[in-house]
Design a protein around this ligand. Structure first.
Ligand SMILES: [Zn+2]
Length: 123
């Protein structure tokens, strides 16, 4: 299933981040889903729930931000939001637009749990 492999890929990225930052585990995983990525946030959530128990951060939560589709015009260089999948530049009405965001799933940030500092003074 598409969403499951996406989630596995995200977990690999999170694993690397936890390791790199000497974290204990991950608490929150923030992901951006582009409106044109073809990924349903609902399906991503259910795949996450199914798989998170097998990961190194079973208590982590997933936050999803849906990003709008934006494109850059090759004729005049202006960037604009694409509405209703109309690939027409609002500045010059050119039709040679290329998508710059909103067509993929990206890991935005991860909230890590760091090791307790020694002698933190809290009892
Ligand atoms: Zn243009």
């Amino acid at each position: 299933m598409h969403e499951e492999s996406l989630v596995r890929g995200l977990f690999q990225q999170v694993d690397r981040l936890v390791e790199k930052n000497c974290g204990v585990t991950a608490r929150e995983i923030n992901v951006e889903i582009g409106t044109l990525s073809g990924v349903e946030p609902e399906l991503l959530f259910s795949a996450f729930k199914r798989l998170v128990g097998q990961s190194a951060f079973p208590a982590a939560s997933l936050n999803v931000t849906v990003s709008l589709l934006t494109a850059c015009c090759e004729d005049c260089g202006s960037e604009s939001e694409v509405r209703d999948f109309r690939f027409v530049c609002p500045q010059c009405e050119g039709r040679r637009l290329h998508v710059i965001s909103g067509d993929s799933v990206r890991l935005l940030s991860v909230v890590l749990e760091l090791p307790e500092p020694e002698n933190s003074g809290v009892i």
